[in-house]
Design a protein around this ligand. Structure first.
Ligand SMILES: [Ca+2]
Ligand SMILES: [Ca+2]
Ligand SMILES: [Ca+2]
Length: 209
């Protein structure tokens, strides 16, 4: 393949060679916006052409989050100007409904340079990377509080009642974290004098997330 000898000057002596990009993984916490950077995309070009745009191949799963350019959601097949990425306008916003999403979102794209597609020396310039790359955005969990509920247990007067784990787990739920939620770990007495006199009641199941 013939390399041009003059880069980005308009006086190309050889047809444009396509640019390249990198696969990368970045992290953000749940419900926390991630601002994409040019480094995340990893644009390079053998000719020294400039980073022109990112062409969307596959958008991240909306169940994990949505890619925005400025105030607008990026559409399927869209071309995102490199300037928008460099100016911190391109953001991934994790889903928060019906609950705050966790998991890996994958953005598949191809980079474009500004070298054009002119035919020079019988060769047609290529300004789009023929190979797609993937930016994986990991949305890491943050524990949300569980819910409990009132309960009642029967006992006769002057008869000691020993609480069972089930007396508490029947009303336990963790609806704000992704299913199945966290497990019941312990019960803390808020005001019952009789409960406060008991030993702490702890379930044997470990917290899972
Ligand atoms: Ca090029
Ligand atoms: Ca959470
Ligand atoms: Ca939780």
């Amino acid at each position: 393949m013939t390399l041009k000898t003059v880069a980005g000057t308009g006086g190309r002596l050889a047809a444009n060679n396509p640019p390249d990009a990198a696969n990368n993984t970045v992290n953000t916490s749940e419900a926390t916006t991630y601002v994409l950077t040019a480094a995340d995309i990893g644009f390079t070009d053998v000719d020294g052409d400039h980073f022109q745009a990112v062409k969307v191949v596959t958008l991240p799963s909306a169940s994990i989050g949505v890619l925005f350019d400025g105030g607008n959601a990026v559409g399927a097949g869209a071309s995102i100007p490199a300037a928008d990425i460099i100016n911190n306008l391109v953001r991934f916003i994790p889903a928060t409904s019906p609950i705050k999403a966790n998991g890996a979102a994958q953005f598949v794209f191809k980079v474009q340079d500004d070298g054009g597609t002119a035919v020079i020396g019988g060769n047609t310039g290529v300004d789009l990377d023929p190979t797609a790359n993937t930016l994986t955005i990991n949305v890491t969990p943050i524990n949300d509080p569980p819910t409990g509920g009132d309960g009642a247990v029967p006992t006769n007067e002057d008869v000691t009642y020993t609480f069972k784990v089930a007396d508490f787990t029947n009303n336990f739920a963790d609806p704000l974290d992704p299913a199945p939620g966290n497990s019941f770990a312990a019960s803390r007495s808020a005001r019952s004098a009789s409960m406060a006199a008991c030993s702490p009641i702890t379930a044997s199941r470990p917290s899972s997330a």
